[in-house]
Ligand binder design. Sequence first.
Ligand SMILES: Cc1cc2nc3c(=O)[nH]c(=O)nc-3n(C[C@H](O)[C@H](O)[C@H](O)COP(=O)(O)OP(=O)(O)OC[C@H]3O[C@@H](n4cnc5c(N)ncnc54)[C@H](O)[C@@H]3O)c2cc1C
Length: 430
Amino acid sequence: MNKRILVLGGGVAGSSMAYYLAEKGYDVTVVEKNSRVGGLARTCYYSGHPYEFGPHIWFWPGGKDDPINRTIVTLTNDELFHIDRRLFTYVEADGRKYRYPVHYQDIDQMPEHETIHRELAKNRDGGLRLIEHQLPELGHCTFADYFTAAVGGTLYRKFMANYTWKMWNIPGDALETSMVWADRFHHAYTKTGEQSSSRGIVGYDPIKFEDHTLGKGIRFQVYPKGGWNAVWNAMVAKSTVIRDRVVGIRDEHKQAHVLMASGEKHYFADYHTVFSSIDIDELWGEDALPYTGRMMIPLLIPGLAGAFPEGAESLHYSSCEFQTRVTEMKVITRHESPDTLILIEVPVLPGAATCFPANTIDYALEHNLFTEKAYPQQSEQAFATYHAYVDRGRKIPNLRHVGRHAEFKYWGMPETVNSAYLKALDFPPV
Ligand SMILES: Cc1cc2nc3c(=O)[nH]c(=O)nc-3n(C[C@H](O)[C@H](O)[C@H](O)COP(=O)(O)OP(=O)(O)OC[C@H]3O[C@@H](n4cnc5c(N)ncnc54)[C@H](O)[C@@H]3O)c2cc1C
């Protein structure tokens, strides 16, 4: 039996795919364009302070015995910090922060509180529960429609309209909820045991009525002591990792192979399975799927210990500032230093790399501070394009896809690892 597996891309998806199959005795080769594996979740250092591009915290339901959580427990020897995610939103017009998600109890501190209460009452009963049949159906309406109905126009404009626009580079009245809700939200919704009616997903309440940390109810929210790299390195320890860049599939009808930037060709016929975790359009040497990008600006501030309020890890910025959020890394990493590392997240658009001096972009790419493709922009049109690529790939029977980019999902690390875990179940031990 041919035991050879080729994995394209060594990020979260590629590393975990390699891990689960190598554990079963397969002979795995990973091709990764960067000098280190881990993709967006690789831990880097600025002036000795650890940080990741954005994926810092692992959160997945269940305890340590869940097979996905167990993978992280095993690979870290259970050396994990447990995180209580406190977030705030800064509202420039009010000159102050509020808890995130929006808390009902905070409304009375807002200058427009009377209007907000009046608007909130519109689609809620006497107990302030949303009246579902008065709401549009998530997945079949725009962001502006749903949130205006659920929280009223004033709260929507104050906390969501500009944030959503800069997050996706799409105004809320043009942004379909099907985009980000397409899979991630639906999964989260059904996971909590709440009902999704015959109308689909309705009744999601963005307002919280009791103290609500982000991901409340998910017990397993962790960050590995010492950062993520030991996890990704351990995942590929039994595999061969080659540094090269995938250029694209060639000769798909006859001698299908993957061409590398080095000129190397990997023929599909030589492998049991080829798993691709890179952007599915890039696998075909094309650039057709929409993404929004991010740049992270590390700001080392001498001193300023505990800069953020009440142990918060992040502040969201809901006005028209460039940044969407800033994160105080030490709250997550527990790095010991009198100084403070703030990571400022700024959305960028395709082509942004050409707007900065080459040395700063080279540095940013090498240090995981910049990517033009961070968030898949899911829409019906984008899904149609995605599925056309999946159909095209079916001609190559041993080609499979895994991960956020290859499966075009709005997934976090655990969903990504879960996808690899489930795919590995199809493979018998050898
Ligand atoms: C700002 C931000 C914040 C986030 N925060 C969280 C969080 O707190 N928690 C969480 O769980 N998730 C978070 N995520 C999601 C997380 O980043 C993804 O779930 C995860 O990185 C997906 O793994 P992946 O392997 O699919 O992609 P990636 O991690 O991007 O890996 C893809 C890999 O493929 C390589 N590659 C790409 N093209 C080629 C090529 N042509 N040739 C060779 N190699 C190639 C890349 O170098 C990379 O190593 C966040 C994402 C963003 C953008």
